[in-house]
Design a protein around this ligand. Structure first.
Ligand code: ZN
Length: 282
C-alpha cells in the first residue's frame, strides 16, 4: 500500500472516530441535559386562516414545496438510473427525497389540526429526510459505513426522541436530535470531500435550514410585518424545502459527467479497510 493511501485510510478512520465521539456526546446530553418544555401555546400558529374547507390553509399548503422537491428528486434518480450506480450516496439521496414526501404528508396532516399526536407524526417525517441528508453528507465526507450507521442511528433515535417528547412533554431529546444533527452536518461539511463525493452546495443547505429556523421563531412577527399576508411558519416550510435544491442540482447530468467511471474507480476506495484510498477530494 502506498504512503498516501495509508495516510488517507488513517484520515478516514479518524473521521469515523470523531463522528462516533460526537454522537456519543449528543447521546449523553440527551440523557443528562436539562428539561426543555414545549411552549404553552406551541400549537397555536399565527396564521389560522381557513381557505374553503381547509383550516390553517397556508401552513398546510406551504408543505407542497417538500412534496415537489421530494417527487422531483425521486424522479431524477429514476431517470438517471443508468447514469448513476446505486452507490451509498444514491441510497441516501433516495432516503432524503422519500423523507421530503413523508414530511409534506405528515406536516400537512399536523397543520390541518395541530395537536401533540400530529406534532409527533410531523417529526417522524422530518427524521427520514434528515437521516438521508446526514447520511449523504457522511458518505461524501467520512465513509460508506459511517453513512449507513448515521442514517440508521437517526432513524432509531429520531422516533425515540419524538415519542419521548410526546409522552413526557420534555423536548430535550428532540432538540438534541435536531440541533445536534445540524452540528454534525456542519462538522461533516468542514471535512474534505472523499473521491466520488457529490458536488452538493452544502453551505446553501445549511443556510436554508438556519433561515427556516429563524422564520419558525418569528412566526407571529413575520405575519404582522407582512400585513397578514404570510406567516413565519409558512415561510419556514417553503425555505426548508428549498434546502433540497442543492441536492437536486447535484443530480444534474451536467454536474456528473464521469459518474460511471468515477463509481468504478472509487468503489473500493471508499471503505476504510480497502486498499488504495486516494488522498483528498475533488
Ligand atoms: Zn410546520
Amino acid at each position: 500500500m502506498s504512503a498516501p493511501a495509508i495516510h488517507s485510510m488513517r484520515s478516514t478512520r479518524s473521521r469515523e472516530v470523531v463522528l462516533l465521539a460526537l454522537c456519543a456526546g449528543l447521546f449523553v446530553l440527551a440523557l443528562l441535559g436539562p428539561r426543555v418544555e414545549l411552549p404553552a401555546h406551541y400549537h397555536a400558529f399565527a396564521d389560522a386562516r381557513a381557505w374553503q374547507f381547509l383550516p390553517n390553509a397556508m401552513d398546510v399548503l406551504s408543505n407542497l414545496g417538500f412534496a415537489l422537491f421530494g417527487v422531483l428528486g425521486l424522479l431524477r434518480l429514476r431517470l438517471l438510473d443508468h447514469a448513476i450506480a446505486w452507490t451509498v450516496n444514491r441510497q441516501m439521496a433516495a432516503l432524503f427525497f422519500l423523507g421530503l414526501v413523508l414530511t409534506a404528508l405528515c406536516s400537512g396532516y399536523y397543520h390541518w389540526q395541530p395537536d401533540g399526536a400530529g406534532l409527533w407524526l410531523d417529526r417522524l417525517g422530518m427524521v427520514v429526510a434528515f437521516a438521508g441528508l446526514l447520511g449523504l453528507a457522511a458518505a461524501d465526507r467520512v465513509s460508506d459505513r459511517a453513512a449507513h450507521a448515521l442514517a440508521l442511528l437517526l432513524l432509531v433515535a429520531g422516533p425515540a426522541a419524538a415519542t419521548t417528547a410526546m409522552h413526557s412533554l420534555d423536548q430535550l431529546a428532540w432538540v438534541v436530535v435536531q440541533f445536534g444533527g445540524l452540528a454534525i452536518l456542519v462538522w461533516l461539511v468542514l471535512n474534505k470531500p472523499l473521491p466520488g463525493a457529490w458536488s452538493v452546495r452544502w453551505w446553501v443547505v445549511i443556510g436554508a435550514y438556519a433561515l427556516a429556523k429563524l422564520f419558525e421563531l418569528g412566526d407571529a412577527a413575520v405575519f404582522e410585518w407582512t400585513g397578514h399576508w404570510v406567516s413565519g411558519h409558512s415561510l419556514k416550510h417553503l425555505v426548508a424545502s428549498c434546502a433540497a435544491w442543492p441536492v437536486l442540482a447535484a443530480l444534474r447530468p451536467s454536474h456528473r459527467p464521469n459518474v460511471q467511471a468515477e463509481v468504478g474507480e472509487v468503489a473500493a476506495a471508499r471503505t476504510p479497510s480497502g486498499d488504495g484510498v486516494p488522498a483528498g477530494g475533488r
